[in-house]
Structures are given as structure tokens and as C-alpha cells.
Design a protein around this ligand. Structure first.
Ligand code: CA
Length: 512
């Protein structure tokens, strides 16, 4: 017995000496995320906004790494998106369908497995789940949406959740949330255990509305006319009966909900002029908060370069979802339309990724958790519905990669008047079914008889200006996509069991 104990002690001591002699060389993982950052407002994506050069740092990361041009989310709203990112599961599986659904810490799979694998883990910035980020080694997160200026935080060790509020020490020119969150991450990076690799979730509040930029950006693009999206004024055949009159507008299109009055636009201006002024003000406010995000990412990158850790750190950038920036005269997210569905997705890691790579495969936000786990050398649990994109990072698309991505939004007519819907997006087409209760013709009360179908041919209409659902030329496509949608819905295990009233509408509508 004594011999065995001595041997055990001896082996442990040897292991300790070996560990000390060869520090853990696994790559660090820095996952930067912003809130509502549309791909159109990232320069590398080449949209009409690219000439403004809104994101020089992100463009640099993409040029030194890879960017994905078909990265979708699966339910375009904050809390559900974050639950999907932590679990690798669709909203109907993890139960976080709406802003109000909880996700208990025992289901925060991603940080728990990263920690178990020996990564030093931290969550800093916007969290926006209701439960404590208890699975991390450290957290310092905004309560709920948090404030743009002089934000308070909930910090691990500062008391019981959710009363553990703390106020970081503010320094001059560092009271804006993007600056403070970055200060906090830099502080953590400098103080952490240098003998282990880190997994840091650095998540900005910006550019979520209501946009407020740091003072130094007050006059950025002041003398510039922001280019308009092609569909801002030209929406001849976009939408359907289900969406007519819905969604917050920038101009006067939706008289009940428009951004013009928040932008202090003179309501007496003619409609067209009102839209012009409102759009310019709205976009400038948004883009100034975007630049604040980008400049702070530069601070993180500079720090890593200064400590020699840059090339041994996998840097991922994305947003919790996209955002409508005037396309079809909409703002906000929630829609399955491209600007809201797509997210920017950039990865820099020169040891694995060829500089300047572009990937066009259909990836979605169930893929993030398995990707991060594989990058950390951790086995992906069976509970995950997504798939690691690591082969894609290396320039190899598996032959059985997904050919379609599923989407569902549940918060029917909440906040910005978006009807609930689900749909399928393939490389070439998008089919959306608005199954819920829409407003009646007067906008006064729900009318359960107005489901709507929309079909867009993305091969020649990526701006989704022409709903071709009723076009006889698309009859075969329509039928094929409906079948594909039902199959995919079953494959990801979504059902309508919780929505019997809507099921009724669905049954009548599928026959059309
Ligand atoms: Ca968001």
C-alpha cells in the first residue's frame, strides 16, 4: 500500500514538473460579439455602406482570416440568440423562444465544457440572459440591456445574483459602455492566470438601439450623405398580406410606429423629404456606435499583439443577429429578411486559416458552440444541433454540409409589430410562412384569417423586392420548398404543439 501511495505521489510530482516545464500551448479564444450589428455595416461585406469605411479593424481581421457571407441566425432576437449560442440548440429545443424565457445555469453548456477542459473562462459585457453566468471562472456583465453611459455591472463575487451590482472605476473619456467593457476585458487579460489558455466572451452592448455614441464620434460623417439601400423607397412587390402595414418604419410608411419623431424630424415635411432626413439621422447615430465598437476591438488586438499572443489567439467576431437599416423602410431585426437574418462572421487564426478566405456555405448560430468546442479540443455533446465549421475554416466543405437553414420567430406583434413566422433559406430561395395572427385591414384588432406566404428568388433578387409566391412560373419551386421546409422543421424537431390556435391557421393555409 505504502509503495503504491509513494508511486502515486511520484507520478503526480512528475506530472506537475512536466506541466510546469511545458505550459499549455492550446490557443486562446477571444469571442467578440456585438448587438444588432448588420453585415451591411461591416466594410468587408461590400454593401452600399462600405464606402464609408465603418469598420477598418474588422476588415483587417477578415483580410487576415476568413469571413462567412451566408451566416444566419435562427431566431432574430437578443435573448433567444444568446441561448442558442450557449447551447448549440434551436430556440424550440432550449426553450428560449422569446425575450422572457429563462435558461438555467446548468444548461450553459459551452462555458462549462470550456472550463472543464482547463480554459480560463470569462464573460464580460452584455449577457442578456435572465440567469447568472455561473459557469464561468469570472463574469462582469451589464444588467439586462445595460446603459450606454456610466454603465453598472453585475460582477462575480460582488454578492448574490441578481443583486451583485458594482460600479467600475470610471476614468476620463471612458464612460461609454463600449469603452468600459473593453477596459474591463483588458484588465482581466492582464490579471489572469498566464499558465492556461483563455476563453473570453467579450460582448458589446452597441450598436443596439437607442444608439448613443461616445462623444468623440459626435461629428463623424457629419458632412457626408449616407448612401441609401436600394429598397428604402422602392418596395413594389415586397411582403404579403400578413406583413402589410407592419414593422417600424424610418419614414411615415407606418404612421403608428416610425423613427422620424425619435430623430426629431419635422412632421410637416413631405413624406419623401421626411424619409430622407430621418434616414440620414438614424444611420449616422447607428454607424457612430459601430465605429466605437471597431475602435475598441483595435484596442484588444493591439493588446494581444503587444503581449505576443495575437497569433496564438483565435479571434471570432459576430453579432447576436442582423439589423434592418432602412431596407424596405424597416428598422430592427426579428424578420427573416436578409439584413436581419444574416450576421457578420469573421475568424482570424493564421495557424489554421488562409488570409483573405471567403466562405459562402450556409452556416447558422447553432454552429458556434460546436465550433468553439472543437477549436478547444473538446468533444461536442449529442445535445448540440449545430455543426462545427472548423473544416470550413480550413477551406474544406464536407459533402453533406447543410443545404438549407431553418428559422422561426415567435414574438408575434411584440414591440415592433412583426408577425410570427417560420421559413427556410436555401442558397437560391427563401420561403417564409407568416402563420400567426396579423392586424386586420384597419390595424385595429387581430384578424386570424390573414396568414401570408412569401417567396424570394435570391439568385436575382437578393434585396427581396419581389415576392414571387403567387407567380405561376414558381409553382414547382414553391411546392418543392414547402416540402423541404416541412422536412427540415421535422429534422430540427420543431413542432406547433405549444400553439394550437395557430395550428388551425396553419392547416388552412398549407392548402393554398
Ligand atoms: Ca440583439
Amino acid at each position: 500500500m505504502k509503495t503504491r501511495l509513494a508511486l502515486s505521489w511520484f507520478l503526480t510530482a512528475i506530472a506537475g514538473l512536466l506541466a510546469a516545464a511545458s505550459p499549455d500551448k492550446r490557443p486562446n479564444i477571444l469571442w467578440i460579439m456585438s448587438d444588432d450589428h448588420a453585415a451591411a455595416a461591416v466594410g468587408i461585406y461590400g454593401s452600399h455602406l462600405a464606402p464609408l469605411d465603418p469598420t477598418p479593424t474588422l476588415d483587417r481581421l477578415a483580410n487576415e482570416g476568413i469571413h462567412f457571407t451566408n451566416a444566419s441566425n435562427t431566431n432574430s432576437i437578443c435573448t433567444p440568440s444568446r441561448a442558442t449560442l450557449l447551447t448549440g440548440q434551436y430556440s424550440h429545443t432550449n426553450g428560449v423562444r422569446t425575450l422572457f424565457d429563462p435558461l438555467p445555469p446548468e444548461r450553459h453548456m459551452l462555458p462549462r465544457l470550456m472550463k472543464q477542459a482547463g480554459y480560463e473562462t470569462a464573460m464580460i459585457g452584455k449577457w442578456h440572459l435572465h440567469d447568472e453566468p455561473a459557469e464561468f471562472d469570472y463574469y462582469c456583465v451589464l444588467p439586462g440591456q445595460g446603459n450606454y453611459f456610466r454603465p453598472s455591472f453585475r460582477q462575480m463575487g460582488a454578492g448574490e445574483w441578481p443583486d451583485n451590482l458594482m460600479y467600475p472605476k470610471y476614468t476620463y473619456n471612458s464612460t461609454h459602455s463600449s469603452d468600459v467593457i473593453t477596459d474591463l476585458s483588458l484588465r482581466w487579460l492582464k490579471q489572469r492566470d498566464q499558465g492556461r489558455p483563455f476563453f473570453l466572451m467579450h460582448h458589446f452592448k452597441a450598436p443596439h438601439d437607442n444608439f448613443e455614441n461616445a462623444e468623440r464620434y459626435d461629428f463623424l460623417w457629419d458632412d457626408v450623405t449616407i448612401p441609401e439601400p436600394a429598397s428604402l423607397r422602392d418596395v413594389p412587390n415586397h411582403g404579403s398580406a400578413a406583413t402589410a402595414g407592419t414593422g417600424t418604419s424610418i419614414g411615415k410608411r407606418n404612421p403608428r410606429r416610425n423613427m422620424g419623431h425619435h430623430m426629431f424630424v419635422n412632421p410637416d415635411l413631405p413624406d419623401d423629404e421626411y424619409l430622407t432626413v430621418s434616414y440620414q439621422r438614424y444611420l449616422k447615430k447607428y454607424l457612430r456606435t459601430v465605429r466605437g465598437v471597431d475602435d475598441n476591438i483595435a484596442r484588444l488586438v493591439d493588446h494581444l499583439a503587444g503581449t505576443g499572443e495575437l497569433d496564438n489567439t483565435i479571434i471570432l467576431y459576430t453579432s447576436d443577429q442582423g439589423f434592418m437599416l432602412g431596407e424596405h423602410d424597416y428598422i430592427d431585426k426579428r424578420w427573416m429578411y436578409e439584413p436581419s437574418l444574416q450576421v457578420p462572421f469573421i475568424v482570424r487564426y493564421p495557424a489554421m486559416i488562409e488570409a483573405g478566405s471567403i466562405n459562402t456555405d450556409l452556416v447558422n448560430n447553432t454552429d458556434f458552440a460546436p465550433t468553439l468546442l472543437e477549436l478547444a479540443g473538446v468533444a461536442v455533446p449529442d445535445s448540440v444541433q449545430g455543426r462545427s465549421v472548423v473544416p470550413l475554416l480550413q477551406g474544406e466543405t464536407p459533402s453533406d454540409w447543410r443545404q438549407a437553414t431553418y428559422y422561426r420567430y415567435w414574438m408575434h406583434m411584440a414591440h415592433h409589430d412583426n408577425p410570427a413566422h417560420y421559413g427556410i433559406r436555401t442558397r437560391d430561395f427563401k420561403l417564409i410562412f407568416f402563420y400567426g395572427l396579423a392586424l386586420d385591414a384597419t390595424g385595429a384588432k387581430p384578424d386570424p384569417t390573414r396568414p401570408g406566404w412569401e417567396l424570394y428568388d435570391l439568385r436575382n433578387d437578393l434585396d427581396e423586392r419581389h415576392n414571387v409566391y403567387a407567380d405561376p412560373a414558381y409553382r414547382d419551386v414553391r411546392g418543392r420548398l414547402k416540402e423541404q421546409l416541412l422536412n427540415l422543421k421535422a429534422e430540427v424537431s420543431d413542432t406547433d404543439e405549444s400553439y394550437p390556435a395557430l395550428m388551425q391557421v396553419r392547416e388552412t393555409a398549407w392548402g393554398n
